[in-house]
Every structure is written in C-alpha cells, then in structure tokens.
Design a protein around this ligand. Sequence first.
Ligand SMILES: [Ca+2]
Length: 149
Amino acid sequence: MLIFVSVSYLIAPVEAVSPKNVSTEQTRVSLAVLGADYADTDGDMVMNDAIVWFDILLSGDTRYTLTLILSLTLPSGKSYSYTYIIITSYSVLHCTMYFYDHATEPGYYLFNATAILRSGGRCVSSVEYQFDPPGGSGDIDPCGALFVA
Ligand SMILES: [Ca+2]
C-alpha cells in the first residue's frame, strides 16, 4: 500500500531521542522515527491532524509477530495510545500514523512508539520523538489510523 499525504511544512521537527533496545533472543526489532508534521488529513477543514512517519526494522526470523503501541502526549499531559498487532514476513515496514484531531493545543507534542516482538523470543524497542504542531483549535473526539507499507 502506498499512501500519499499532502502536507504543508510550516513547522520543523525539533528533537529526536535515541532509541532504546532490549533483546533476549536472536530476533530483533528496532524503530526509527523519520519525521512528524501536521495537516488536515481527514478533510474537516481543520489543521489539527498529527502525522508521524517511522520505520520498523526486523531481523533474525522469517515471520514476525509484534505488538506496536503508539502514543501521543499533548502539551497539557493528556495522552492518547493506540495498540496494533502486526504479523508479517517483511523485515522493513514503512509506517505512517495519523492522529486525527489530536493537535488541539499549542506547544510540544511527544510521540512514543514501543514495539514488542513476540516471535523467536522477546525483544522490545522504544523510541520517542518531540515536535511542535501549532494546534489550538478543534473539539472533535480524536482517533488514530496506522498505514503500513
Ligand atoms: Ca482535521
């Protein structure tokens, strides 16, 4: 699946934190955040959707089962979390996460992704990424969507 997203680059991603990896077996999972931005991706005419691009890298086996937990913490401390189960034979997954109607406050947002590899042992990888969408409007219930290619 190939997803094209039209976004305006009015803000700059600010800071990436080094990923942390814990592994007990031969299989490995690691995460890399490529960037984040905001846009109106759900067509409600409000620029309050946060988008994060990241890759999942897998090695050591031919088939993987992992739990992926994605969260976005707003400047106020309010946090939204989404959990996905991914079963794949690919070793690289290009992911786009849409946090629809989440960018409702001005300030810095913190994205966290944690992957728990459950096949071939247990391997946990976590990464954080801070960015600053403008926000400050919108009162719609937020929701999220993950696209994997
Ligand atoms: Ca929107």
